[in-house]
Write a protein that binds this ligand. Sequence first.
Ligand SMILES: [Zn+2]
Length: 281
Amino acid sequence: MIAIDMHVHPGTKEYLVDAGGKYLADALAYFHKKDAVVSVETMAKHYRDLDMVAVLLAWDTETQSGLPPVTNDYIAEIVKNYPESFIGFASVDPWKGKIAVAELERAVKTLGLKGLKLHPIAQAFYLNDRRFYPLWESCAGLKIPLLVHTGTTGVGAGVPGGDGLKLKYARPIPYIDDVAADFPDLTIIGAHPSWPWQEEMLALAVHKTNVYIDLSGWSPKYFPPSLIRYANTMLQDRILFGSDYPFLSPERWIADFEKAGFKPEVRQKILLENAKRLLGL
Ligand SMILES: [Zn+2]
């Protein structure tokens, strides 16, 4: 295994079409990936050929979008069929309240999923809203990381009104910062370079050691210098490779990463070692 890709969506119809609706149709157009739908077999072969393991993410925006989720059972089934290629992260819709908490417990204890992925913009909620604190308590109790989208998003991008989605929910401070402060035992991964709040995310990760950053969704070619500087120094043990497949391919990401100014001694930590430690592998 040469790398762990910490941020991978199923490139299948179940995610891109059924659960994604107009939101992901617009995301695919925004990323110039109109014909992205593949089979699970193709996706597994893609990662096997690259000698990488992919962290595969469920998706549930039902309250906000009215669309069906990519269920935790669907992700668990893929992991069961391709254990050499995939590790599964659950998703729940925070607005489902007690049902969401119970579903998370089931997804981890019964289905064997290893983390929780949330998208505050697509799910239209603030992380620091006290109504959702039982979910963060549950994550901490289950000892699983919380992977949370930060910064702007391809979802609903490039159309008038952004499909009605609001970017405010994905600001690191105060939303992630509050939860990181209130749950020091909870590991939180801020997904993506957090534009336009990159400096906030870096400050938050420097201040709180339970906070990690995944670098998915952007080619390293476009990373701001501050992100590369902190990845090379103070944050080198808490920065993680992620592609955001199928929107960005892992091979394109790695090719651009090699040229982006990361120190050779830090490279292996970002691609593999930090994720291994985080996932307890
Ligand atoms: Zn993503």
